[in-house]
Design a binder for this molecule. Structure first.
Ligand code: GDD
Ligand code: MN
Length: 377
């Protein structure tokens, strides 16, 4: 009997999971994790899909090396697309097994839990979701920094309250789900940000049958966490989408753009007020100062938040900043000219200033959407 046959015989009734490993600069961690999964899942059948966002450390290449040796492993190298949730969705879409799991590449999640997760589905036919929780008895956050534990707790309360998700750890990044359950909700998923599990729970139009298993979160093995301040914004956008976006069917990017724009208006109006009324600069100079500052503010926020999926880093960041500045410069020229004309013809300073903001915002979104953050494929 070959090892393949042996595996078949033990797994007769056990559904097969595809373990999705989203990666971004995890070249040192991926080979170790895959080895550990192989060991943990030795008695079961499984697949692995590594979804890498074209990491600079060439994680995709390392994973492709492994995939050549073992046909159960495959790799998706995404060019010009970014984001943890969307990477998971792409992995789901590429899988063809009954179950899908998601696990961090950095060895923080205990892969020894995978067989137990898989067997839950064999035991309970209608089960939708199994979540590894750091909140059940005996479980822990490991060495996660205190502020992250507090932030996680805050987000948990907010989402339990707002979305009525009956999970002890809805922020968990380690879970297994029935593929059919995903297929049913595919068109309702938000698909952006970090919280794919929360997204799944919120998109379901019936109560999901779920099971939680305790585990101890370990410290990240190599590299650094990608969960930085952008994630907080993503989470805010997610909640806004749950409350408004799904109801009014506005594209999330448009909602985000309006939010950044709104914060830009506050920056613009404050600078305009201070320089024109306090420092007694002329209206024209105050407008230029306000426009420049609001422009920097908007670029940084739009790059990490509104256009997070096409976020520009490294040299592309500076090229983008240049293109953004030129486009906004042209927009500002139009806006400042119009508002100065209006002010000269008797329109009160704050109203003329506001008109210029609306004009510039409209121009900036349309033109930058096409040139600065164009989709790469
Ligand atoms: N493809 C892809 N694209 N993968 C990504 C991206 C991305 O933009 N950002 C992060 N990843 C990968 C990382 O390489 C890692 O394998 C996994 O997604 C989680 O990222 P980490 O950087 O390790 O996140 P974390 O450990 O801070 O956060 C974890 O715990 C949170 C709960 O506190 C994750 O599991 C989160 O999902 C979870 O909410
Ligand atoms: Mn991690």
């Amino acid at each position: 009997m070959t090892s393949q046959d042996q595996r078949q015989s033990v797994t007769d009734n056990t559904p097969v999971p595809t373990i999705i490993i989203p990666t971004w600069n995890e070249a040192d961690n991926v080979p170790i994790l895959i080895e550990r999964i192989k060991l943990a899942m030795a008695e079961l059948d499984w697949r692995i899909i590594v979804v890498d966002d074209d990491s600079e450390d060439k994680t995709w290449q390392v994973a492709e090396g492994i995939a050549r040796e073992d046909t159960r492993v495959s790799v998706i190298r995404r060019i010009g697309r970014k984001g943890l949730s969307s990477a998971c969705l792409e992995g789901f879409a590429a899988s063809n097994t009954e179950l899908c799991a998601v696990i961090d590449a950095d060895l923080q999640h205990d892969e020894a839990l995978l067989p137990q997760m898989t067997r839950q589905f064999a035991e309970q036919a209608e089960l939708d979701l199994v979540v590894a929780s750091r909140k059940l008895d005996n479980a822990s956050f490991g060495q996660m920094p205190k502020y992250r534990v507090v932030a996680s707790e805050f987000a948990r309360r907010l989402s339990t309250l707002a979305l009525r998700v009956p999970l002890t750890d809805p922020m968990s990044g380690f879970f297994m789900v029935r593929r059919e359950t995903l297929t049913d909700m595919q068109d309702k998923l938000f698909g952006r940000g970090f919280k794919i599990l929360l997204d799944i729970c919120a998109a379901a139009d019936r109560p999901l049958l779920l099971k939680e298993l305790p585990y101890n979160m370990r410290a990240r093995h190599a590299g650094e966490s990608k969960l930085k301040w952008r994630v907080m914004f993503e989470f805010a956008a997610f909640l806004i989408y749950q409350f408004f976006g799904r109801r009014f069917l506005l594209p999330p990017r448009f909602i985000k753009f309006c939010l950044v724009g709104l914060s830009g208006v506050i920056v613009h109006m404050s600078v305009l007020g201070i320089s024109h009324k306090l420092l007694l600069w002329s209206f024209l100079y105050s407008q230029i100062a306000a426009t420049l500052l609001a422009m920097c503010w908007n670029f940084v926020l739009n790059n990490s938040f509104t256009f997070g999926e096409q976020q520009l880093d490294g040299t592309a960041f500076y090229k983008g900043a240049l293109s953004f500045t030129i486009i906004c410069g042209i927009g500002s020229f139009i806006a400042v000219s119009v508002s100065t004309f209006l002010n000269d013809h008797g329109m009160i300073w704050w109203l003329a200033g506001f008109v210029s903001v609306v004009l510039a915002a409209f121009w900036n979104f349309c033109v930058n959407n096409v040139f600065t953050w164009r989709e790469q494929n």
